[in-house]
Each structure stands twice: as C-alpha cells, then as structure tokens.
Design a protein around this ligand. Structure first.
Ligand code: MN
Length: 730
C-alpha cells in the first residue's frame, strides 16, 4: 500500500486523485472543513488535533480506492457520536447516502463486545455485518480501527490490552474474511505489540539485526530464481519481504518453537502471467531447491474460503535456511492484496455466491478493479444485506444469539433454554418491556422475564418464528393434553367402577388394570389406557368388561334404574349433538359422539376428517379446513358419512353462499325465488353493491346435503345477471 499517512487534507486529496482524477474535489474540501469545525477544540490522546484521526481514516479508505461517499463518511464518522452534529444536518449537507453510512458507523460504535469466547466472536462479527447492511460501513469501521491501533501507544496499558484483544477477536478476522489481507496483517502486528510485548520486541530485534544481511540475501535469491525461471522462458516479478510478526508468533506457538528455531522469516512471492506458468515455476523451484515435505499447498486448485488463490511451498535455500515461496498470477495477486476486497465470498454467512445477484455483484467489483474511471458509479448503489435472513441479539451478559429474521422474544427465550421458553411471561428489549410478539432487531439486548407458574399456550405458536421454538411449544401442549386426558380417563373409570364398590387403585395393584390395557393393545400400559379413555377413543364400559366378571356387570345393569342410565348417557353425550348421531362412521364405529366444526360447517357429501377432542368425542371438519390442518395430526381419525346421512336422514344443515351478480333491480327477488323453488330454506339474506356496478349477495340457506347445494348453485348460475356462486367457508 502506498502511504499518505500524514493526516493532512493534501495527503487525502493526493490519494484520491491517484485513482480518481475527475473527482469533484470541492466536496472533499467541504467534508473536511465540516469535520474540522465539528471536532474543533477536541484533542486525541496523543495531544494532536482530533481532525487528524478522521482524515487518516479517509486516507485509508482512499488507499482502498473506495467511492467518494465512503471517503466523506470516513471524514465524518465520529461527528454524530462525539459532537453535536445531527444526521439531519449531514443528510442536508452531504446527501442521503453519506447520512446512511454515517448512521451505520455510529450504530456499530455504540455496541461493544464483552466476551472472549471464540464462538461468540464469530457471532459478533456476523452481527456487525448484519447491522452494517452496507458493506462500506464495515470498511469505514475497519479503517477507523486501523487508525486507532496505529495510535494506540498513547492510551493506558489496560485500555491498550482490551482494545487489542477486541481487534484480534473481531476486526482482524473480519478484514481477513473480506479478503483485505493488508489490514488484517497490520492489525495483527499491532495487537501482538500490546498483547505480547516481549515477543514483539524480540522479533523486531531479530528482524532488525539481520536487516542489511537480509536485504542482500533477498536480492541475491531473487536474481537466482529469476535466472532459473528465464531458462524456461518464464517471466516473473519476484519480491521478498520479512513475514509479519504475528504469523511468526502463531507459528512459534503452534510448533512450540523458540526464537533460535525461527529461520524462515523471509517469504518470496513470484508473480507470473497465467496458471500454467504457476505450476511450471513451481517445478523449476522444486528442481533447484529441496522442498520441505508437507509444506506444499495448492490454493489454486482449492481456493481458500475468502477466494484466495496461490501456490505455497517451503524450500531449503542456498544457505540451508527454510524459505517460503508463494507463486500466483497477476490477477490472483490483486485479489489477494485486495485494494478493496475483491471477493467477499462469505462461506459461513448467507453471502456465499449462492444467488445470482451476489455473483453479479462480485463480478462488478472485479470489473471495477480493472476500470477505475468513475468509482462512484456502482458502489453508491450497492446495498446488500449480507445476513438478510438472520438477526443477532445480545443476552443480558453479552453473549450473541443468532436467530431467524422476524424472531420474537419467545424465539430468543427458547434459543436460550427450553425451560426459559416454557416459563416466559414477558421480555425487556434494551431495558424496556415489549410485547411477546415484538420483532427483534440486530443489536438488541434481550432479557426474558420468567415465572415458575407459566406454561406455554397455543397462541404462542402464532407468535414464534423458529421451528425449534414451535416444536418445543407443541411438545409441551401435547404433553399437557395427554396429562389432562389421562386424568379425565381416570375420573371416568372411577365413576364407572363406583357402583361395584371397586377402586381403580385396587385393580391397579392386582394387575387387572394392566391386563385390560394389554387387551386393548395399549403399548404404553395403564397410562395410555387412561389417555385413550380420556380422549374418548375407548368407552369406560369397554374397559369394565375386562375388569369385572360378566355376571356382575349384568346384575348391576339390571338393578340400575332407567333414570340413572339416562344420567350416565347424558354425561357422556352432550345433548346438543343428538341429532347427528348415527350419520357419521368413525373408523368402524357408528355410535360415537360427534360435533361439527363451526369453522367449515361440513355438509353431507363433503369430504371430511375427524379429530378426537378431549371429553367431547370427535369434531368433524371438511378435509381442506385450515383450522383442522392446524390441529394435532395425531388426534386425527378417519370418518365417513354413512348411508343415512346421504339419503336425507340427517336433517338440514345451514350453509352460506355468496353470489356475485350485476347490480340490476329485481335480481334479489329472482335469486330468492330460485332458492326456495329448490325446496331450500333461506334463513338470512344480505346484498351490497360494488363500485363497478356489481352486487354481492350473501344467503344463509338450509340444505340436506352437498348434492342439494349443487342443484341450487346450478339453478342460480343459470339466471341472467348472475356471474358466480360460491360456498362461503370460514
Ligand atoms: Mn473514529
């Protein structure tokens, strides 16, 4: 990277003009003056005027050849947070794009990372990107952090350590993921200096002591390689440099080496024209110098996650030292250095080139590298949600949770722990109470309020977004229903046993109850039998048959007064549904308690499904009723209309029809005549007109079955002026 780090407006202008000669430089002057005035009187810890910091950040952004809005944002990035300047003023002076970028950087500055756990660091990085929305916000943040690290010496030691650790955990990896390797390298070396001062000093000395030697060595070795390559007509650009301290440090740690064992502190880079020449050059190198086993890596055939490509090898040099060599094409080299990251191929995030748009966007970025005539052209409009489908929120102690977009505090509670979800009564977001259906945003801090007496409700299923939370809630509700059914089953059996002076407990002890359960093929034993009775799948009387001798049962039935029998029946069958008895077959049982779903009002002939409802027998819905589909499918039973219902023996059922017609006088009379002519009662009628001279009539009618309804519908549709007739379901 060329250096313009003088912190001056002149340096900034020179940096911009070097890649963007047509820039309207007045806007840069204006932004600089604006920032200077805003930060007037403020000083950095070094004692320098504050304006030097934003200017240097802007210079870094210019070195990355970014668009003008981003560079202006670099100049203004601290004004909203640290001075009285408002976003409105920035928008007025510099436009919406800049205002949004400054807003993004300000928001990122307000959240702090509070744990050092690796997994959390990764989530936190994703959160930053999700919050940034525009990748340029991240780039400004990286430039900001780079300048802070460059000037960290002026801060107190604890602060130096804390900021360095955060940089190492968050920002250096972020730069790496975005492929901006020079920022990553520089950040890491600064961090090493503050986190492991001794190591840093020793490495610096070692590199320094050998400097003159090294320069000579580099020169000689380059000549040597060049010569060998020329023999094979490979024209290459070769450069040698000391490896960056942090990578040496990592290697020492990894291989448990001490300073004397560190030899390969110099790395060479060979840049050739095309891929064939890369492999050719590798062959030449390996023929001339002994390769170190296990050190060859082919990142051309298998690029790294951030799309880095190169060949890596280590050889034994002329003086017996290990020498690291990278071989790559010109194109790979520019991608690796990434003036602006040329390749945001984000493996673990959403942004991994899966969608066409992303591919296109990267192509445009790559194109831009070739043609820099107007950098504003596309970056201005590039806005991406890198993690559109995710939202990242904090727990009260600073951990980051990744949730699906649209998640609510309930989803969060279940993500923390199933018990926290189940006991959740409310939530605070950023310290304020919010409704449970509140939609979480990245950066929110969420606190869940629990109560030991709370249990999940069915309504929660409509609130939660994540399938994990849904599954947990369903499981609890299902268990609750089972428990209630088992309890009810017990009660029903106790009641049925009462006249015989036998308790359920006694039968349980004697093993009779278990036998009865086995007789009814209850694999879950007594418990499952109780559930079956509670849900109405097995009548208590059927169970009693297994529990008591036949004589005893018959004797009792005879002694029972008719009125008592009626009371018993009434307990089981609710009176409302007597008229629907014997019209529906459940499984192969006809005599079973049924009711109809009010949601869909099934008519004889409709295709239907049934659901066992605790203590209320079976509820019948039409096969496509949405409410029925939402029910627990485990309680579903096969049901059919029987002959009696289909031959009119069922009685009339109410149904609503909607008629779309032209708004003509007398049409309502025609329609009601048509309906009554089909021997169908009308219980209510309603008509309203629409703007386009049409009318919608709603009739509530009583029919025997679906066939009769079809006849009425056909008759209505044949009338002049009627456009469409449909049955209303809901
Ligand atoms: Mn700053």
């Amino acid at each position: 990277m060329p250096s313009y780090q003088e912190g001056s407006l002149e340096g900034l202008k020179r940096a911009i003009l070097s890649y963007y000669p047509d820039v309207n430089i007045a806007t840069i002057d204006k932004a600089y003056e604006f920032a200077k005035k805003a930060h007037e009187g403020q000083k950095r810890s070094s004692g320098d005027p504050y304006i030097i910091h934003p200017t240097e950040v802007a210079i870094t952004l210019a070195e990355m050849r970014l668009d003008i809005a981003t560079i202006i944002t670099g100049l203004l990035h601290d004004t909203v947070e640290d001075t009285g300047v408002t976003l409105e003023t920035i928008e007025k002076e510099f436009g919406k794009d800049v205002a949004e970028l400054v807003d993004g950087v300000t928001k990122l500055s307000r959240i702090t990372f509070r744990t050092t756990e690796e997994k959390q660091a990764e989530n936190f990085r994703k959160m930053l990107i999700a919050m940034a929305k525009d990748i340029r916000v991240i780039l400004v943040k990286l430039a900001d952090r780079l300048n802070n690290m460059r000037t960290l010496e002026h801060l107190a030691p604890e602060k130096q350590k804390r900021i360095s650790q955060e940089t190492l955990d968050i920002y250096a990896p972020l730069a790496n993921r975005l492929g901006i390797s020079w920022i990553k390298i520089e950040l890491e070396d600064h961090c090493l200096r503050y986190l492991h001062a001794e190591v840093y000093e020793k490495l610096a000395q070692k590199v320094e002591r050998k400097k003159s030697e090294r320069d000579k060595f580099i020169e000689d070795f380059i000549d040597l390689i060049k010569e060998k390559l020329e023999e094979y007509e490979i024209h290459a650009q070769i450069a040698g440099r000391a490896k960056h301290f942090y990578s040496i440090f990592k290697k020492m740690e990894r291989r448990k080496l001490d300073f004397d064992q560190i030899h390969d502190i110099i790395a060479f880079r060979i840049v050739v024209e095309n891929i064939t020449e890369c492999y050719k050059a590798l062959g030449v190198i390996h023929a001339g110098f002994k390769p170190v086993p296990g050190r060859f890596k082919d990142y051309i055939a298998m690029p790294k996650a951030n799309s880095y490509q190169s060949l890596h090898t280590t050889v034994i040099g002329p003086e017996g030292d290990r020498i690291e060599i990278q071989i790559r094409t010109t194109e790979m080299n520019s991608v690796a250095d990434g003036g602006i990251a040329a390749h945001w191929r984000y493996k673990e995030g959403r942004f991994d080139l899966r969608t066409k748009d992303n591919v296109e966007w990267v192509h445009r970025l790559l194109e831009w590298h070739k043609d820099l005539s107007d950098p504003n052209e596309f970056l201005e409009t590039v806005k991406i949600d890198l993690f559109e489908e995710d939202v990242f929120v904090f727990t009260p102690n600073g951990a980051v949770k990744e949730l699906t977009h649209g998640s609510t505090p309930l989803d969060f509670a279940y993500a923390v722990h199933t018990d926290v979800g189940n006991k959740c009564t409310g939530a605070k977001v950023n310290g304020k109470i919010v409704p449970l259906k509140y939609r979480l945003k990245s950066g929110d801090t969420v606190e869940i309020i629990t109560s030991p007496t709370q249990t999940p409700s069915k309504d929660w299923l409509k609130i939660v977004k994540s399938s994990r939370a849904k599954a947990k809630i369903r499981a609890v509700i299902k268990q609750q229903e089972r428990d209630q059914a088992a309890e009810l089953g017990r009660e029903l059996l106790e009641k049925a046993l009462k006249p015989y002076d036998i308790t359920l407990r006694a039968l349980e002890k004697s093993g009779e109850l278990l036998k009865a359960a086995q007789f009814h093929s209850m694999r879950g034993g007594i418990d499952e039998l109780m559930v079956a009775v509670g849900y109405g799948r097995i009548y208590p009387e059927r169970v009693l048959e297994q529990l008591l001798p036949k004589e005893k049962l018959e004797a009792h039935l005879e002694s029972m007064k008719p009125s008592e029998e009626e009371i018993l029946k009434k307990n089981i069958n609710s009176s409302k549904v007597n008229d629907s008895k014997n019209v529906i077959t459940v499984g192969d049982q006809a005599d079973i308690l049924i009711r109809f779903g009010r949601c869909c009002s099934p008519l004889p002939g409709d295709s239907i499904i049934g659901f066992i409802t605790r203590g209320r027998g079976v509820t019948i819905h039409t096969a496509n009723c949405q409410k029925a589909l939402d029910n627990d499918q485990e309680r579903r039973v096969d049901v059919q209309w029987n002959k009696k219902s289909l031959t009119g023996g069922f009685g009339r059922r109410s149904v609503k029809i909607r008629i779309l017609c032209h708004d003509e006088s007398g049409l309502l009379a025609v329609m009601s005549q048509t309906i009554t002519a089909s021997q169908v009662n009308i219980t209510s009628a309603n008509i309203r007109t629409t703007k386009d001279k049409k009318a919608i009539a709603l009739f509530e009618i009583e029919v025997n079955d679906i066939a009769q309804l079809a006849r009425v519908t056909a008759a209505l549709e044949s009338k002049k002026g009627v456009i469409a007739v449909e049955r209303v379901k809901s």
